[in-house]
Design a protein around this ligand. Structure first.
Ligand SMILES: *Cc1c(COP(=O)(O)O)cnc(C)c1O
Length: 362
């Protein structure tokens, strides 16, 4: 049995999902099967919006497949990678009993989706060492097997850790968990890292799923386009759990335009500029008296520890600069996460932090 056959919720094995007006392969030139209006809305001049959209638009699926180097049947497109996380939980965690493994501090949606679904979250904390905040993949694998978790979430580059995981370590973990647990690799920030994707492991591992998004490097956060890449059986299982028409036509059109070769080339050419700005911002922060540690980062953000993170947050805010306060997260009581902005924005950050206290005020 494949991992998907083993781990798909038993109560969903014979579930085919909602049969929408677009799911049957019918042809005709008079479409009266979906109770759509016979007239376009007066503001919809080109009549783009009158009909329900394709559930998984062929053109977008093909473009994304080409972008990520997989086959179209290996792509599920959804409302951001956030929807991919939710669908993985729904398909592979029996409600009220399922378990997932995560490595906090990490992106909050894994635990949020688990909680909403009645699944338990098993925490295997990141380890803070000389190389940075690092996931302990062996301990995560131990926890997955001991607790019977069906999903294990890796984030690479890690948010907020900035850590880039090696593909060989991910492959070894997937081999160990084959048939027992799906290794989900969230690559929301991979474009910033100059590193190969875990999607190159899909051919050899039926228990890997990769999350990609157009929200970060492609600058389309408001379009809400993200995907899951995995084997076709897993993609098909997720599709059956997804809403009938998840992708609005205007968002799909924006994504298609952004994925034209010239647009992708321009987007990718910006990554080098982000890496340069990130290095400059990190160096500037390391030179400041009140900064205790700037973690190495493969993403478009820096995780920074301060002598007094509250004072740093307030100083930035007073200068009109809003950063992410990480102080409520485990292990990060003295940390802020700062997105790498334009050169001018990075200068604003450094200027605002010039006169920081070097000791926390008691
Ligand atoms: C921003 C972010 C996402 C969000 O993705 P959407 O595609 O916008 O839903 C997913 N994972 C991580 C780790 C993120 O930081």
């Amino acid at each position: 049995m494949t991992t998907v056959e083993t781990l798909l919720r038993a109560d969903l094995r014979d579930f085919s999902g909602y049969r929408s007006a677009r799911s049957e392969a019918l042809t005709g030139d008079v479409w009266l099967n979906a109770n759509e209006s016979a007239w376009a809305n007066p503001v919809d001049g080109a009549a783009q919006l009158r009909r329900y959209p394709q559930p998984q638009p062929d053109a977008l699926r093909e473009r994304l497949a080409r972008l990520y180097g997989v086959a179209p049947a290996q792509v599920l497109v959804g409302r951001g990678s956030d929807e991919g996380i939710d669908l993985l939980l729904r398909a592979f965690c029996p409600p009220g009993r399922g378990r997932i493994v995560i490595a906090p501090p990490v992106f909050g949606m894994y635990a949020v989706c688990a909680r909403l679904h009645g699944a338990e979250t098993v925490d295997v904390p990141l380890v803070d060492g000389p190389g940075g905040l690092c996931a302990d993949l062996a301990a995560m694998g131990d926890a997955a097997l001991a607790q019977g978790a069906s999903l294990l979430f890796l984030c690479s580059p890690g948010n907020p850790s900035g850590e880039l995981l090696s593909l060989s370590a991910i492959a070894a973990l997937a081999t160990r968990l084959r048939g027992r647990c799906i290794v989900v690799v969230d690559e929301a920030y991979l474009e910033y890292a100059q590193a190969p994707s875990a999607s190159t492991l899909l051919a050899e591992h039926d228990n890997i799923a990769v999350l990609r998004t157009l929200s970060k490097a492609h600058a389309l956060a408001a379009a809400r386009i993200g995907c899951v890449l995995s084997n076709p059986a897993l993609i098909d299982a997720l599709r059956r759990c997804q809403a009938p028409y998840p992708l609005p036509v205007p968002a799909v059109d924006a994504a298609l335009a952004a994925l034209a070769p010239e647009a992708v080339a321009l987007t990718m050419s910006r990554m080098e500029a982000v890496r340069e700005a990130r290095a400059r911002l990190a160096a500037g922060l390391r030179g400041l008296a009140g900064v205790r540690r700037v973690y190495p980062s493969a993403g478009n953000f820096l995780l920074v520890r301060f002598a007094d993170a509250g004072a740093a947050f307030s100083a930035l805010l007073a200068a009109g600069v809003v950063v992410r306060d990480m102080r409520a997260m485990p292990q990060l009581g003295d940390a802020l996460r700062i997105t790498v902005g334009t050169a001018a924005e990075c200068r604003r950050v450094l200027a605002a932090l010039e006169t920081l206290p070097t000791e926390a005020v008691a």
